[in-house]
Design a binder for this molecule. Structure first.
Ligand SMILES: Nc1ncnc2c1ncn2[C@@H]1O[C@H](COP(=O)(O)OP(=O)(O)O)[C@@H](O)[C@H]1O
Ligand SMILES: [Mg+2]
Length: 258
């Protein structure tokens, strides 16, 4: 496993909370999915959220973005209670960027048309918009594929497009829902590099979730494991794979980090 992140953790000496979930519960049709969950995310860290399918990872992202209201509990962004703040304002004023697991772009528009569309929504000034989109095109090496329709892009290109669309708004927190799913090893490595660069070059806090551990643990500073509506373990990749609760509820006995 590429331990891209191993040497970076010591950077987080003066931790500042950027996102806080306080006693979040989510109940769907009398089924409790999240149970009084508390989570603190520090500015500029890359946090990995692990847990089996159906444990509530996407639900947590929906609650952070405002796509869903929690049944109970509060969401604080940069110290402000945002629980009642609508999704659009959370994206614009509180700078939450979100990359859903599926979709997130318009299939019948070309890559550049998708970028322009989001650019026109978020950046009113024409010159600034042009500059931002040019920066993204060079950063993501989109030049050769600008005119290709969304639906004809490869899995990795689609993922890069949706990530780049989320960056147009200069998010301070970027949420990535299972970005590595159904991608080949080299594409996963490329995305891991993009994630690490977003943190180190753009100073973005990244929260990334996956139901599989390996790809995620190689690019995060800290990981949490979810089980039965709660966080049952939290720590650096090395710490979390040794955690006995995380091993019995999620990793299993055979799991090794390398
Ligand atoms: N709108 C909904 N109505 C009822 N149940 C839902 C709804 N959305 C999600 N669920 C249920 O909530 C649980 C958590 O879903 P989800 O957050 O998508 O899990 P994960 O992303 O970890 O796979 C699942 O059991 C799912 O079936
Ligand atoms: Mg999910």
């Amino acid at each position: 496993m590429a331990l891209i992140k191993k040497f970076r953790i010591k950077k987080f000496k003066n931790q500042k909370t950027i996102l806080k979930l306080e006693k979040i519960s989510m109940i769907y049709n009398k089924r409790q999915i999240l149970n009084s969950l508390d989570l603190i995310i520090n500015e500029q860290e890359i946090l990995g959220m692990l847990g089996p399918n159906g444990v509530g990872k996407s639900t947590i992202f929906h609650i952070i973005t405002g796509l869903k209201d929690p049944s109970f509990g509060k969401v604080y962004i940069d110290g402000t209670d945002c629980t009642k703040i609508p999704i659009y304002e959370r994206a614009t004023k509180y700078k939450i960027g979100y990359v859903p697991q599926h979709g997130g772009f318009i299939q019948d528009l070309s890559l550049i048309e998708n970028l322009n569309l989001v650019g026109e929504i978020h950046i009113k000034d024409k010159d600034l918009r042009k500059k931002k989109i040019e920066k993204i095109i060079s950063q993501f090496e989109f030049d050769p594929i600008l005119k290709i329709k969304g639906k004809y892009l490869s899995g990795g290109q689609k993922k890069k497009l949706v990530i780049s669309m989320a960056l147009i708004n200069d998010p301070s927190i970027l949420l990535l829902d299972e970005p590595f799913a159904a991608l080949d090893i080299l594409t996963i490595k490329m995305l891991q590099e993009i994630i690490v660069n977003l943190q180190s070059l753009e100073k973005i806090t990244v929260v990334v979730c996956d139901h599989q551990a390996r790809d995620l643990l190689s690019c995060v500073d800290r990981a949490i494991v979810l089980s039965n509506g709660k966080i049952i373990a939290s720590g650096s990749p090395d710490e979390i794979v040794k955690d006995s609760s995380a091993r019995s509820a999620y990793f299993g006995d055979e799991f090794k980090i390398n």
